[in-house]
Design a protein around this ligand. Structure first.
Ligand code: HEM
Ligand code: HEM
Length: 184
């Protein structure tokens, strides 16, 4: 059932999913990309941060699956009339690409730790154990995880550039409809 069909803004639920996941994902990306430097500087800090990274990654995975389900039941508001057919295709491709990424990135990390030679139990923020993923062995999940990380960096840069273009060049309501400001 389309709960908010025909609206001109994203729903509060969609906005909350967007910004909570954006903050957690950017945090996990930054952490992941700094791992090598941190590992050289302080082994025990590195170990703590990897546990935090895994717990946050699993949280992102759960939120992304819930968000995808919500999105499939609640269509996005229509894009502004001034956008060309090519821009519409790009916007849709990048948005669905993000859904794939929000699920594939944590899944590849989970598969990596689940198939590692030396396995550590994964405790979600120290509270309960997350079981290993029954992922097939023989795949290079580590490299796949790293490559997806860089794909995410590139997509976020383009996504933010597009949001800024809409805000300051096209001066349309694209940013406003994904912002908490002005919500009743
Ligand atoms: C959206 C969520 C996630 C993002 C954005 C992310 C991103 C990254 C990035 C960019 C790296 C550095 C890769 C490299 O240096 O080649 C990394 C490393 C790592 N990630 Fe994730 N990750 C996520 C989720 C997860 C999950 C769910 C797990 C495990 C359950 C995980 C486990 C790891 C581990 C163990 C490393 C370190 C690998 C090493 O020692 O080199 N990640 N992550
Ligand atoms: C990790 C970071 C991010 C991810 C994964 C992400 C993902 C997404 C996705 C999937 C959508 C489409 C929503 C849908 O139709 O279901 C979207 C829309 C949007 N995002 Fe992001 N986003 C991120 C960060 C950001 C940032 C930092 C900004 C601000 C500069 C931003 C601004 C927007 C705006 C304005 C829209 C609305 C587009 C429209 O109205 O069609 N996003 N984002």
């Amino acid at each position: 059932m389309a709960i908010h069909a025909g609206r001109s803004r994203y729903s509060s639920v969609a906005i909350a999913f967007h910004w909570v996941i954006a903050v957690l994902l950017i945090g996990n990306l930054a952490g992941g990309l700094l791992f090598d430097i941190i590992e050289d500087a302080d082994k025990s800090l590195f170990f703590t941060l990897v546990q935090l990274h895994k717990s946050t990654g699993i949280t992102i995975l759960v939120l992304a699956v819930l968000r995808l389900a919500w999105r499939l039941m609640n269509p996005a508001p229509p894009l502004p009339d001034h956008m060309t057919p090519a821009e519409r295709v790009l916007a849709k491709l990048s948005h669905w690409g993000f859904y794939v990424l929000m699920i594939a990135l944590p899944l590849s990390g989970w598969a990596m730790t689940s198939t590692a030679k030396i396995k550590f139990p994964m405790l979600w923020y120290g509270l309960f154990e997350v079981p290993p993923l029954p992922a097939p062995t023989g795949w290079n999940y580590h490299d796949f995880h790293g490559i997806l990380g860089w794909v995410a960096v590139a997509m976020i840069v383009l996504h933010v550039a597009a949001a800024l273009k809409h805000q300051y060049f096209d001066r349309d309501d694209i940013f406003a409809r994904m912002s908490m400001k002005g919500r009743r």
